[in-house]
Design a protein around this ligand. Structure first.
Ligand code: NDP
Ligand code: GDR
Length: 344
C-alpha cells in the first residue's frame, strides 16, 4: 500500500487530495498544525475525517525537527507540500511568516527527503502569482516569473528549490504552477468564497451589503477537485516535471459577483467608478456591493491567464467544470450552511 504525506491537509486542496488518494487505496498521513480550535471542517464535510486509512499527525512547517521526525517515522512514498500562508493579502502584513512557510518550509522538506530517502517523490504547490506582472499572455512553463507580492516571491524561491533538487540531486520533485481554483471548501478570505458567502447571507436577510476591493482584477478560475487530480497525475508520471494548470479563460471580480447573484435570481448592475462604484439590484435599486479602499492591496496583480497545453499533452489532464457551475455549487453550499447557522 502506498503511503502519501500531505502537508496542509486541513486546507481546501489538502482535503480534496486526501479524499482522492484514499479513493486510490493509499494510506494518507495528514499534517495538522496544533491549534486551540479544530480546523478539520473540510475533512468532516467530505466525510473522511475518521477514515481508517487517514492518520492526522501534528506537523508545523515552522518546527525545524518536525519534517525529520515525520519522514523517518512514517516513511511515506510521496510528499505533497501544500502547506503555506496562502493568502496573498496577508503576505503584505506578514511577509516573514509567508517566506518561512511558503519558501523555507519547502527547502526544509527537500533537504530532509534528500537525507532520509531520496526515492520519496515530492510535489510542490507553486502558483500563478509567481508570474505576477507577466509580460506575455497566456503564461506557460517558459514564461519568466515577475512576482509582485511577498507571497509570489516566496513561491518563486520554493519552485526553484524544487527544480534545483530535481536537477542537482535527481529527486523526483514536481512543481505544479496552479492558477486560482475554487470550490465550496475555499477559505472565506478569498474573493470567490467571500462573494458566495455574502450572496447567501444577503439572500437570507443576514447581511445588507458586500464590501470588496479591486473589482477590475481578472483571474483564471478553475475547479479545485480537478486540480488535485492533476497533482496525482504528475506524481504518477514516469518523469518529474513542471506543469501549468489553468483553464485558459479569465473573468473579472465583477463577472464573478454577477454570476453569484444570478444563482439566487438577482440581476445586478454596476454603476459609477473607482471607490464610488456600486452594484445595485436591477429590480429594486437596492445597493448590494460597495467598494472599500481598505481592501485594495499595496500592489496588485491585475490579470492572469494560463495555458495548460503541456499538462493536457503529458498528463491527459483537461479542466472541464465551467466557472458558472463552480459558482452555483459554492452559492448553494453557502445557502445550506448559512440556513443552518453554520459559519465555516
Ligand atoms: P489553504 O489556505 O486552504 O490551506 C493552507 C494549508 O496550509 C492549511 O492546511 C494550513 O493549516 C496549512 N498551514 C499554514 N501554515 C502552516 C504551517 N506553518 N505548518 C503547517 N501547515 C500550515 O490553501 P489551498 O488549499 O487553497 O492551497 C494549497 C497550496 O496551494 C498552498 O500552498 C497555496 O499557496 C497553493 N496554491 C493554491 C492555489 C489556489 O487557488 N487554491 C493556487 C496556487 C497555489 P491551518 O488549517 O492550520 O491554517
Ligand atoms: P489571489 O486570490 O490573490 O489570486 O490568490 P484572492 O481571491 O484573494 O484575490 C483575487 C483577486 O480579487 C481581488 N479582490 C479581493 N480579494 C479578496 N481576497 N477580498 C476582497 O474583498 C477582494 N476584492 C477584490 C484581489 O485584489 C485579487 O486581485 C489565490 C490564493 O489561493 C493563492 O494562494 C494562490 O497562489 C493564487 O490564488 C493563485
Amino acid at each position: 500500500m502506498k503511503t502519501s504525506f500531505i502537508t496542509g491537509v486541513t486546507g481546501q486542496d489538502g482535503a480534496y487530495l486526501a479524499r482522492l488518494l484514499l479513493e486510490h487505496g493509499h494510506r494518507v498521513i495528514g499534517g495538522v498544525r496544533r491549534s486551540a480550535s479544530s480546523g478539520l471542517w473540510r475533512l468532516e464535510e467530505l466525510g473522511i475525517a475518521s477514515h481508517e486509512r487517514l492518520s492526522l499527525v501534528n506537523f508545523d512547517l515552522l518546527d525545524p525537527g518536525g519534517a525529520v521526525r515525520l519522514l523517518a517515522g512514517h516513511r511515506p512514498h510521496e510528499v505533497y507540500n501544500l502547506a503555506a500562508q496562502s493568502f496573498v493579502g496577508a503576505s503584505f502584513t506578514e511577509p516573514m511568516l509567508t517566506l518561512q512557510t511558503a519558501g523555507a518550509g519547502t527547502l526544509q522538506l527537500l533537504e530532509n527527503i534528500r537525507a532520509i530517502d531520496p526515492a520519496i517523490r515530492f510535489y510542490q504547490a507553486s502558483s500563478s502569482e509567481m508570474f505576477g506582472l507577466a509580460r506575455t499572455s497566456p503564461q506557460d512553463e517558459d514564461t519568466p516569473f515577475c512576482p509582485r507580492t511577498p507571497y509570489g516571491t516566496a513561491k518563486v524561491y520554493a519552485h526553484w528549490m524544487a527544480v534545483n533538487y530535481r536537477e542537482t540531486y535527481g529527486l523526483f520533485a514536481c512543481s505544479g504552477i496552479l492558477y486560482n481554483h475554487e470550490s465550496p471548501l475555499r477559505g472565506r478570505e478569498f474573493v470567490t468564497r467571500k462573494i458566495t458567502d455574502a450572496v447567501a447571507r444577503i439572500r437570507l436577510g443576514k447581511l445588507d451589503c458586500l464590501h470588496l476591493g479591486n473589482l477590475d482584477a481578472r483571474r483564471d478560475w478553475g475547479y479545485a477537485p480537478e486540480y488535485v487530480d492533476a497533482m496525482v497525475r504528475m506524481m504518477s508520471a514516469d518523469k518529474p516535471g513542471t506543469y501549468v494548470l489553468a483553464t485558459g479563460r479569465t473573468a473579472s471580480i465583477r463577472d464573478f459577483a454577477t454570476m453569484a447573484f444570478r444563482a439566487v435570481e438577482v440581476e445586478i448592475q454596476f454603476r459609477g467608478s473607482g471607490v464610488d462604484e456600486i452594484a445595485v439590484d436591477a429590480r429594486t435599486g437596492r445597493t448590494l456591493i460597495r467598494v472599500d479602499p481598505a481592501l485594495y492591496r499595496p500592489a496588485e496583480v491585475e490579470r492572469l491567464v494560463g495555458n495548460p497545453a503541456h499538462a493536457r499533452a503529458q498528463l491527459g489532464w483537461e479542466p472541464v467544470v465551467p466557472l458558472e457551475a463552480i459558482c452555483v455549487e459554492m452559492v448553494e453550499a453557502d445557502l445550506r450552511r448559512n440556513s443552518a447557522g453554520v459559519s465555516l
